[in-house]
Design a protein around this ligand. Structure first.
Ligand SMILES: [Zn+2]
Ligand SMILES: [Zn+2]
Length: 864
């Protein structure tokens, strides 16, 4: 054992963290595919490689590392893989920015190469942060979605789902971002309030209100509510669209709101989701007015080539000129925008690839998964049950997994690659066989690529080893940890894909983390300047303090407001623990720990009973992913029970030469060891450092604490002991004694015989007598205290006379006062609570002070 005086005075987190980071070996965290231990496979979120591992990631990963380390200590074969979800628009945009190009300036190949290069650089940077945070990552199960090993699986999953009828292509309205020039899924549409103008205009003699006059060219019908009498006469008519002159039918539909605008709406292809609904319902024509770049098509005649904003302006000007614009109103509208660039989305009808959404099978699987916290399941249910459209999975971008499909140039027949040839880029290679329908060898490769969620939604299939040959032995995984912001995307898509490809739920548990808000309570953003980077915290307080913040910031699933005070508190706890460690190690090394020593002193037994309660509480919390409860219980035990109470009680015994210290040393050693093992998942560096002085190997290779100590009497009587000591100390303080001043004879009347091994006497510096009989106290009334707020108003001038009369009563009457008393010849009532009696006590003929501590009588003899 290292000598306690070798320990630095203060805990040097920077040096300690660096030391252990260098000493720990990656292999210790590898998942063992041949192990017979129960498995605990984690479907870690693959972050987007932006180069910055942000504080929200840090929170999420802390949760993962807490239970990964806990489960390892519990004897599980744990897989904590690390993936990188590389594909997608943000990297494309960044590459365009850095190289000052647009994706069309270079070849698709060159553009991909640039994206890959940036991604690899960013991943390398983020790996460093993961290591600094002491995450027990299984680097042997790292995956990178842009690498062929991974995206060949994405392509394989595509082909399997295509064959099973889950994937189809179709011309269908989709959400489209004209700035990003790609289709996006509903889950990628964010809604914002925006101010706009509602324009009332004359539509062939009828007033119609619209916020999007530029869609007039795409008008395919006019609709009214069937019960709206104002428009009965329009039924079955055709109307001429102003400015453009084509004629459209008038239809009736209950979804029209007669209260909005004039009660007549124009249906365009497509203004919003409702238009799509009506378009399908009433089998209307399709008029494509806006193209993929957001420009008006040739259908718009003289407006062709204008963007939608320009077109809107031009049409309003023309409406004014034609005298058909009647009035304009300001309106606040919920507008669907692109999650990435905030451009309002258009709904365009396009040939796209879709995945069929089957809500029933998704819900069934979702219900087979345990959700932590449970209410997050509602979000999945709500999202699933409101799904109206299938999942659009094709994107018109470059840096993504290619859709492995060709089309015969002659007859249009689809051709697919052999699974053994995956991955393929159909824009670069040709099928190895002619068209099965017409024999042609001329093919066009699909240029659309896959939605990034098609990559990441098979993360769990990838880490469990899915290769298309049946269901992997270790599937499903045990847990998916993720943020609540991606329940409707990542969680939803993963469940959908697992059910489609394996028929099973992807995981047993899902644990949801909240978002991290800035210190001002707002979402962190550059514009607010409230972003906190993990590196800043790591530099100022170290990884363990940041990890403690993550555990205690809020209940699992709740959003956490970042707060430096929590980090400071975490660091203070480490200082306190460091002082405990120094004290404990000093006493352990004085004569060592006798493993056979029996623990008999009440304080020692009480400590072990409290430790037993704490381990039970912490274990229970860890099992339920309630990290704040777990760490709080650990801190309370270390700080309140061990340091401030127990150590204060037994200090004297430990320092004394002749006192029976063995039991205390054993209890201390047990508590210290258990504390460090419980702290190991939360503060891996700190726990390792403190544990290393015990020379018992790495704390991270120890089993989880299984300490139980069943001694109810120790718990209740120990509580009494602790309270008595606290009350007597308070008595000393209140009576102006120094805490270590001698106190004379103190008698404690406890319910049972107590063996305190002299702890109480040494702590209070008093002559302590524990007794089990009843205190025989003679009570004398020492004083009568009148309540002047009662006596004054009741008796006014006679108040003094009343008090004198009361004082004149014999003692037995004072304790049970009569209803009335004679005051100058008049019987007057004695008001309730007019006075209270102050007693003094005699014990065995000597005057004593008496304390009642939770029903236990303590007498304190008069001191010098
Ligand atoms: Zn966009
Ligand atoms: Zn053909």
């Amino acid at each position: 054992m290292a000598s306690a005086d070798q320990l630095p005075k203060t805990y040097e987190y920077a040096a300690v963290e660096e030391k252990w980071r260098a000493a720990w070996r990656d292999e210790d965290f590898f998942f063992d595919r041949n192990s017979t231990k129960p498995q605990f496979v984690i479907d870690t979120p693959p972050p987007y490689p932006t180069g910055n591992f942000h504080i929200g990631n840090a929170l999420n990963w802390c949760y993962i590392d807490f239970f990964a380390r806990y489960k390892r200590m519990k004897g599980f074969n744990v897989m904590f893989p690390q993936g990188w979800d590389c594909h997608g628009l943000p990297t494309e945009v960044k590459v365009e920015e850095i190289n000052k190009i647009t994706k069309n300036d270079v070849s698709r190949e060159e553009f991909r190469r640039m994206c890959r290069e940036l991604t690899l650089k960013n991943i390398a940077q983020m790996r460093l942060t993961l290591r600094r945070m002491a995450f027990s990552t299984d680097w042997s199960n790292e995956y990178v979605t842009m690498e062929p090993e991974y995206y060949s699986r994405t392509q394989l999953s595509f082909l399997r789902m295509l064959a099973a009828g889950y994937i189809y292509q179709s011309e269908h309205p989709v959400n489209y971002c004209t700035r990003c020039e790609t289709a996006i899924a509903f889950a990628e549409v964010t809604y914002e309030e925006r101010g706009t103008q509602l324009n009332y205009f004359d539509f062939s003699g009828i007033e119609i209100a619209t916020t999007r006059p530029e869609l007039l060219v795409a008008c395919v019908a006019v609709a009214t509510h069937p019960a709206d009498e104002r428009y009965y006469s329009l039924k079955g008519k055709q109307l001429t669209v102003p400015i453009f002159g084509h004629s459209v039918p008038v239809i009736q539909d209950k979804a029209v709101d007669p209260e909005f605008g004039s009660g007549v709406v124009m249906i365009c292809t497509f203004g919003d989701k409702q238009d799509v609904h009506w378009w399908k319902q009433h089998n209307l024509a399709l008029r494509r007015a806006i193209d993929r770049q957001g420009k008006m098509t040739s259908l718009a005649g003289k407006y062709a080539g204008l963007n939608t904003q320009e077109c809107r302006k031009a049409i309003i000007t023309d409406m004014m000129a034609g005298n058909i614009l009647r009035r304009q109103e300001q309106l606040t509208q919920r507008v669907g925008t692109c999650w990435r660039c905030k451009t309002p989305i258009e709904i365009l009808s396009e040939r796209q690839w879709f995945v069929k959404v089957k809500p029933d099978e998704i819900l069934k699987a979702a219900h087979e998964i345990a959700w932590y916290p449970e209410h997050m399941l509602r979000r999945m249910e709500n999202w699933t049950s409101q799904m109206e459209w299938d999942w659009c999975i094709s994107r018109q971008r470059i840096f993504a997994t290619p859709i492995p499909v060709w089309f015969c140039r002659k007859c249009g027949q689809m051709a697919l690659p052999d699974e053994k040839d995956l991955p393929v880029d159909p824009t670069l290679v040709k099928p190895d066989h002619p068209c099965t329908t017409c024999g042609s060898t001329e093919f066009a490769g699909e240029e659309d690529v896959l939605d990034t969620w098609m990559d990441s939604s098979i993360s769990v299939l990838n880490v469990t080893g899915w290769d298309g040959n049946g269901i992997p032995k270790i599937f499903p995984a045990q847990i998916r940890p993720q943020g609540h912001d991606i329940i409707r995307t990542w969680a939803f898509y993963t469940i959908l894909r697992s059910v489609a490809l394996t028929g099973k739920r992807p995981w047993d548990h899902i644990v949801i983390n909240g978002m991290v808000l800035g210190e001002d309570g707002f979402k962190m953003s550059k514009s607010r300047g409230n972003i906190i980077m993990p590196e800043e915290i790591l530099g100022k307080y170290g990884a363990d303090a940041l990890r403690q913040w993550a555990a205690t910031g809020a209940a699992t699933g709740s959003d956490i407001m970042f707060n430096w005070n929590d980090v400071v508190a975490a660091s203070r706890f480490q200082t306190k623990m460091w002082n405990i460690a120094k004290f404990v190690l000093l006493h352990l090394e004085k004569g060592g720990v006798d493993e056979n020593a029996t623990v008999t002193a009440l304080a020692d037994r009480w400590l072990l009973a409290k430790l037993s309660d704490t381990t039970e509480k912490v274990t229970e919390a860890m099992e339920n992913y309630l990290f704040d409860d777990a760490l709080r219980a650990i801190r309370e035990f270390a700080w309140d029970v061990l340091a401030d109470t127990y150590i204060e009680l037994v200090k004297g015994r430990l320092y004394a030469q002749d006192a029976p210290r063995k039991g205390a040393v054993r209890a201390l050693a047990t508590a210290y060891d258990a504390l460090l093992r419980m702290l190991a998942p939360f503060t891996p560096y700190f726990a390792e450092e403190c544990y290393s002085y015990l020379n018992k190997g790495s704390v991270h290779k120890q089993p989880w604490v299984a300490f139980t100590y069943d001694d109810t009497q120790a718990r209740t009587e120990g509580d009494i002991l602790v309270k008595v000591v606290a009350e007597v100390r308070k008595f000393k303080h209140d009576n102006g004694f120094a805490l270590n001043a001698p106190l004379g004879k103190v008698t404690i009347y406890a319910p049972h015989t107590v063996n305190d091994e002299g702890d109480t006497a040494r702590t209070l510096n008093a002559d302590i007598h524990w007794r089990t009989d009843t205190a025989k106290l003679d009570r004398v009334i020492a004083d009568i205290e009148f309540d002047r707020s009662i006596v004054g108003p009741t008796f006014r001038k006679q108040a003094q006379a009343f008090m004198n009369a009361i004082r004149a009563l014999p003692p037995e009457h004072l304790e049970h006062p009569p209803a009335t008393i004679d005051l100058d010849g008049t019987e007057v009532g004695i008001p309730a609570n007019a006075f209270t009696l102050k007693f003094s006590y005699m014990e065995e003929g000597a005057k004593v002070d008496v304390l009642s501590v939770g029903g236990v009588i303590v007498t304190i003899g008069k001191t010098a």
